[in-house]
Design a protein around this ligand. Structure first.
Ligand SMILES: CC(C)(COP(=O)(O)OP(=O)(O)OC[C@H]1O[C@@H](n2cnc3c(N)ncnc32)[C@H](O)[C@@H]1OP(=O)(O)O)[C@@H](O)C(=O)NCCC(=O)NCCS
Length: 302
């Protein structure tokens, strides 16, 4: 049954909406760790917050659906969208997308990307297990290249991620590993630019402001030559990480990765995800990671 649009009020997404969003989003596959604090960090605390594009649908004053959008790089982005489970197939998703697409058109934005957005994406794309979302986007004329991004799963319980011997070997080559400090940012940024991953510098800047800092760096001759980040993309999610091209194959990445996983082990966390995993074989070989969920992104020209 389609609801009469007169019953639905589209309003800006605000703090009072966080609990409902967290509960509904947390009920999607593999999302149980998403808390209200994480949702706030990805929405209200995001510097691209825009009340016309980050919106809620309300019925009788109660939240019934959300769409988290923004504009960046002259494109429109829909990072997440969700309707209350008991309100699905009543036209609310359609109303939310209609509202955001209208605002984008009014602002002269023609390209719209769905499922992600750097730096504060919820997930790397639409989880392929979310069939209703895939069908919904297809019906609205959104296209996908079917290029698949995958997360990998790592079991933490009972695993030995000790790095002391490997770090001693790296020290013999003049490479030191430590938990990053804010003043390491310039070095991280320089490494990202040099290796062609500039976007990761902006992501890591966010992580450097967290306490304790969820970033480890490897330095040689006073320069940052590698870094790894955790708890940035989402709860219990690892990434990004980068080792300078000329230091690859020496075990730097393995040490950085394991130092991150040790942080979670100390908190008693049982499993984690490598987000949008790069070389799958690296993660399998070093920490026994297995391929987990898969994502597509979607695009439409308005
Ligand atoms: C995807 C979602 C937002 C759609 O919201 P909705 O309010 O149910 O969507 P609408 O009622 O406007 O549906 C519009 C059209 O989409 C298609 N559609 C939506 N849900 C569908 C489903 N479960 N099965 C098949 N088609 C579906 C239909 O064509 C539908 O039109 P119809 O009902 O006339 O056939 C909702 O299913 C949801 O919240 N899913 C979980 C959240 C999610 O996976 N979000 C993506 C990751 S952030």
């Amino acid at each position: 049954m389609t609801l009469s649009p007169d019953l639905v009020r589209i309003v800006p997404f605000e703090a009072r909406h966080l609990p409902a969003f967290a509960v509904w989003f947390g009920a999607l596959p593999n999302n149980a760790a998403w808390s209200e604090a994480w949702v706030r960090y990805k929405t209200l605390d995001d510097e691209t917050y825009d009340p016309a594009l980050m919106i809620a649908a309300e019925i009788d004053g109660e939240p019934a659906g959300f769409l988290i959008g923004n504009i960046a790089d002259e494109k429109g982005w829909v990072r997440a969208f969700i309707v209350a489970p008991e309100r699905r197939r009543q036209g609310l998703g359609t109303l939310l997308f209609d509202a955001v697409e209208r605002v984008l058109r009014e602002r002269g934005i023609a390209e719209i990307e769905v499922g992600w957005a750097l730096p504060r994406y919820f997930l790397p794309g639409i989880d392929l297990a979310c069939t209703p979302a895939i069908v919904f986007l297809d019906r609205r004329g959104y296209e996908t290249t079917r290029e698949t991004r995958v997360n990998m799963d790592v079991v933490l319980t009972g695993r030995d991620f000790d790095t002391s011997a490997a770090e001693a070997r790296l020290r013999e080559h003049g490479i030191e590993v430590w938990r990053a400090r804010r003043e390491d940012y310039d070095g991280i940024e320089a490494l990202c630019i040099c290796e062609g991953y500039q976007g990761w510098a902006a992501e890591t800047a966010i992580a450097l402001a967290m306490v304790p800092v969820p970033v480890f760096v490897a330095c040689a001759e006073g320069r940052v030559r590698g870094f790894a980040t955790h708890s940035l993309a989402g709860p219990v999610q690892f990434g990004p990480m980068l080792t300078a091209m000329d230091l690859r194959g020496m075990g730097v990445g393995t040490v950085l990765l394991k130092r991150c996983l040790q942080d979670w082990q100390r908190e008693g966390i049982a499993r984690c995800e490598i987000v949008w995993a790069g070389p799958l074989s690296f993660y399998t070989r070093t920490v026994g990671a297995t391929v987990g969920r898969a994502f597509w992104t979607f695009h439409k020209t308005l």
